[in-house]
Design a protein around this ligand. Structure first.
Ligand code: CA
Length: 375
């Protein structure tokens, strides 16, 4: 069978199947795999981060670190209900490498389960973290500096403590959609190194775009501003991910209805002039998944519409096969694979590496951003 048909077959698989996810809770009829802390508890098929009761606090983390460094795409559906006093205080999505790991929980009320009160012991607040607040209470005192009671704000203190004070915000927005109105909403948080995007109900147009990189950090938006560094991640570029929430004098239920999380995959294309080998290395995939790697001369053909136009050069294809380098193989225990193509690549020509990570069940999991090389 011509190899081009194999490409088409894999492409057809892309179209026919929905992406699988590393973390995939279509609901929380089971909270297996999660660590629940404080007042967080299962509630029917939801994960109730906190109940509509005075002065509650809760957190829920995935019980193992996940890869974040290469990027991630996470979506969750949430709903508030039973508000008292207008409802408060809000919930957060958190990426962190605080030593308290998946058992972390701090103060209630305005601290939203991740920050701390001025009177709390040192070290109460979450350190070494990136926090996306869904803040439902307009705090205008004590350094809160909220602009609304319907505010999405991204907070970090770099490797130090973070805080609910908006002085720690590197980007915020009051979306037109009111998200604490006893109706289900879906949020998407998409990070590619350099940019964090937050979506609310509309999954294609972000409500908030924040320059940020786990390596180099971001910039505070409130005076006096200034740069804040990135995080110190766990080995392999992993971190803990999950949620915190709280209530205070005003309260409401904060329920998670579903959650998916998919780490991004990184592709490194390089040429070693000493060994005459081009390497196309996948990093950050799911161990055991099949990985479909190609070299192509058409960088624009991937990932959008690539299945119409993938143009593996005949000579390159011959190189790959004549030398026995498999372009469809399993990712190793670290979720990595290096396609090694011996031979001097064409000089002065830009060529591209592209890859798909395909789950063991035959579902296409994710694509890598294309990477290019010109010698
Ligand atoms: Ca806030």
């Amino acid at each position: 069978m011509p190899r081009s048909l194999s490409v088409a077959a894999v492409a057809a698989l892309c179209l026919a199947t929905a992406p699988a996810q590393l973390i995939n809770f279509p609901n929380f009829a089971s909270t297996g795999g999660m660590t629940l802390n404080g007042n967080a508890a299962q509630s029917g098929s939801n994960l109730r981060l906190v109940p509509s009761v005075l002065s509650q606090k809760g957190s829920a983390f995935y019980a193992a670190p996940v890869t974040v460094v290469n990027g991630f795409d996470t979506k969750f559906t949430f709903q508030t209900s039973a508000p008292s006093g207008g409802g408060a205080d809000g919930f957060t999505f958190v990426v962190h490498n605080d030593p308290r790991a998946d058992t972390f929980l701090s103060d209630h009320a305005g601290a939203m389960g991740y920050g701390a009160f001025a009177t709390s012991p040192a070290g109460t607040a979450l350190a070494n973290c990136l926090v996306v607040e869904f803040d439902t209470f307009l705090g205008t005192f004590g350094g809160f500096s909220d602009l609304s009671g319907n505010e999405i704000s991204v907070h970090t203190g770099g490797t130090g403590n973070s805080s609910q004070g908006e002085g720690f915000s590197i980007g915020r927005v009051t979306p037109t959609v009111t998200f604490s109105n006893a109706v289900a909403h879906t949020a998407r948080i998409h990070y590619v190194p350099g940019t964090l995007r937050v979506y609310l109900d509309n999954m294609t147009t972000p409500v908030l775009t924040v320059p940020y990189n786990f390596s180099t950090g971001g910039n505070y938006i409130l005076a006096p501003g200034g740069a804040v560094g990135g995080l110190s991640l766990l080995p392999g570029g992993t971190a803990w991910v999950g949620f915190t929430a709280s209530t205070g004098g005003s309260f409401e239920n904060y329920d998670l209805q579903s959650w998916t999380y998919e780490p991004g995959m990184l592709l490194n294309l390089a040429y070693d002039p000493m060994t005459f080998v081009v390497s196309l290395a996948d990093v950050g995939g799911n161990p055991g998944d099949l990985c479909f790697n190609v070299l192509t001369l058409n960088g624009g053909a991937f990932p959008n519409g690539w299945f119409y136009g993938v143009d593996i050069n005949v000579v390159e294809m011959a190189q790959i096969f004549n030398l026995g380098a498999p372009f469809l193989t399993a990712l190793d225990a670290n979720g990595e694979y290096s396609l090694l193509v011996p031979g001097v690549p064409p000089l002065g020509v830009t060529f591209y590496g592209v890859a798909l990570d395909i789950s063991a069940a035959g579902l296409v999991v994710k694509s890598s951003p294309p990477t290019s090389l010109t010698l």
